[in-house]
Design a protein around this ligand. Structure first.
Ligand code: HEM
Length: 248
């Protein structure tokens, strides 16, 4: 078979049950036709972004379910769903590496076609930025019992590795994974368009540094810093040096 026959085969006929159920005809028509691509890397560029949008859709939907499970006090179910979200986050970050196989020159061709678009317009990303506020409100209402418990108790003075601790750690993991994505994305930008370049909106890419510092659940990071400070107060800020152990 020649190249164009294979390309036709890739689209499928859309008639088999698998194709009908998964709507492969529409799905596989979401990318430009081969002859319309500015270069072969453009297909990868589109697919990576589209797949990332799908993972974000799954994550956002799952976070809505997690919110409901937390309000219902169904901790084990919420934790299973958190695991699903965390795996999606890991995949989102890992998949950015695909775009590092694209040369800076090939990306410049693609970039000419992007108008002044920006990932900040991504529907999935925008909704994910909003959701943590509601998740935190649900956490405080249910697991901190509307103010009857504190994070200090959950993490330190009454620490028992209980539901409140497990859900808090799942939220911290979400926060951490989000940062890992942002950091990997920043490295991808450096790799593709360089350090100190401007975005298609004419803004320096350094504006993304603000996002790199964002914490969705600052209290979860503060609680451990305060523990460290308290412990440091009791054993001294500066420890004495360890004595080398002689070989037996
Ligand atoms: C070669 C590949 C890529 C380059 C060069 C690139 C470049 C950029 C730049 C320059 C910005 C800042 C734009 C502005 O001024 O608003 C940005 C933002 C963003 N991009 Fe990308 N990007 C790439 C791939 C991706 C991919 C695959 C995703 C997948 C979802 C993505 C998602 C985002 C998001 C979510 C933002 C907003 C980030 C934030 O506000 O913290 N980008 N990108």
């Amino acid at each position: 078979m020649n190249r164009s026959e294979y390309e036709t085969m890739m689209r499928g006929a859309g008639q088999r049950d698998y194709e009908i159920y998964l709507n492969t005809e529409r799905l596989l028509a979401c990318q430009k036709e081969p002859e319309a691509l500015c270069n072969p890397d453009e297909l990868q560029f589109m697919i990576v972004h589209q797949v990332e949008e799908l993972w974000m859709k799954l994550m956002a939907t799952t976070l809505l379910d997690i919110h409901d499970e937390m309000l219902a006090g169904r901790t084990l179910k919420a934790l299973t769903l958190f695991r699903r979200v965390h795996i999606c986050q890991e995949m989102m970050t890992a998949q950015l590496a695909l775009l590092e196989t694209m040369s800076p020159k090939d990306y410049q061709d693609i970039r000419l076609l992007l108008g002044n678009g920006s990932g900040q317009e991504s529907p999935g990303f925008r909704v994910l930025l909003k959701m943590p506020k509601d998740l935190w409100a649900a956490y405080k209402a249910i697991y901190l019992e509307d103010g009857a418990r504190t994070l200090e108790q959950v993490y330190d003075s009454q620490y028992s590795h209980d539901a409140a601790y497990m859900i808090a750690e799942a939220l911290a993991e979400f926060d951490e994974q989000f940062q890992k994505f942002r950091n990997a994305h920043m490295q991808l930008i450096y790799r593709s368009i360089g350090v100190a370049a401007n975005s298609l909106k004419g803004r320096p890419v350094e504006i993304l540094n603000e996002g790199l510092k964002q914490k969705f659940f600052p209290e979860l990071w503060t609680v451990r810093a305060e523990m460290t400070d308290r412990w440091g107060g009791s054993y001294g800020q500066k420890r004495s040096k360890l004595e080398p152990k002689p070989y037996a």
